[in-house]
Design a protein around this ligand. Structure first.
Ligand SMILES: [Zn+2]
Length: 297
């Protein structure tokens, strides 16, 4: 059977390979890719465009992946300006008639509270699991409109994943509540925790990269000012993201008179299956543990 299929493929030469089973769903970020897989289970082939450990602000896709988006039963993207390198491909897929779900359209958007992007919509909604619950509901709705998707299975998967997210949320709330209020202060390499701060009552002291994107650079004066803010807030640990070089965070940590630890988090991307953040829930649990460890008195 396998041999016959291989021969048939070889003979047919340039024809398209057979489509994989189930609904075809293309997802931009690997965080949303995991969430879509949890909700759809084995009812869909989920293609995630962003590689593990990549930077969602700057990754690009191949021509083949772009074509796949246009033919998909559903394209799921983060939106709110996150996928800067992908905007034209998403526009093209939408014009090709692919059903689109933009996660940022279904969450309560929190604007950036500081930095160069202050006031503009923050795309990093996934740092609040309650926002991800809204996205799960929207994925369930959109997947239910795909022909061949079994409604009963879909509802069962979605509700068991909602329960998992509710448990995650409760765990995060309990872990952060154990930190003294004055210790709930965050410094990161770029502004990634606005939603988490809003939800769990943290102050954002600042970010090494002043804008909302990773595609900006701080001046020496910016770094010096941030180091002053860190000292006056008494922040013991600053957080770097694993998907970006931590050079700037290290430069900041060496500012004169600054005594801080640097801890690595998974804020922008999942890891591969052998890493510490292979799923969205794992990523959030690992980060919660490290934030609490880094900021506890
Ligand atoms: Zn980001």
């Amino acid at each position: 059977m396998a041999l016959a299929a291989a021969v048939a493929l070889a003979v047919s030469g340039c024809s398209q390979p057979a489509a994989p089973p189930g609904a075809q769903i293309v997802v931009t970020t690997n965080i949303l890719g995991d969430v879509v897989r949890q909700v759809l289970g084995d009812q869909a082939t989920v293609t995630t465009l962003m590689q593990p450990g990549a930077d969602p602000h700057s990754f690009d896709v191949s021509a083949q992946q772009a074509a796949l988006m246009g033919r998909a039963d559903l394209v799921v993207s983060n939106g709110l300006g996150l996928e800067e390198g992908l905007a034209h491909h998403l526009d093209r897929a939408a014009s090709a008639g692919a059903p689109m779900l933009v996660a940022g359209d279904v969450v309560d958007v929190v604007p950036y509270s500081a930095g160069d992007a202050e006031g503009s919509p923050d795309p990093h909604f996934w740092t609040d699991p309650a926002a991800m619950l809204d996205v799960v509901n929207a994925i369930e709705g959109a997947a239910g409109r795909i022909e061949g998707v079994d409604a009963g299975k879909l509802a069962a998967n979605a509700s068991s994943y909602r329960a998992e997210l509710a448990e995650l949320d409760a765990g995060m709330a309990a872990a952060f509540a154990a930190l003294p209020r004055e210790r709930r202060a965050l410094v990161t390499n770029h502004h990634v925790f606005g939603y988490l701060a809003d939800r769990f009552d943290f102050r954002i002291i600042g970010a090494v990269i002043p804008g909302g994107t990773t595609l900006a650079a701080p001046s020496a004066a910016d770094l010096h000012q941030l180091s002053g803010a860190i000292t006056s807030a008494g922040v013991p640990t600053i957080f770097a993201d694993s998907s970006q070089p931590d050079r700037l965070v290290q430069v900041l940590a060496k500012e004169a008179g600054l005594q801080v630890q640097v801890s690595e988090l998974f804020t922008e991307s999942l890891t591969g299956p052998d890493g510490e953040a292979p799923t969205y829930v794992d990523m959030m649990r690992t980060n919660t543990q490290r934030i609490v460890q880094g900021l506890a008195p």
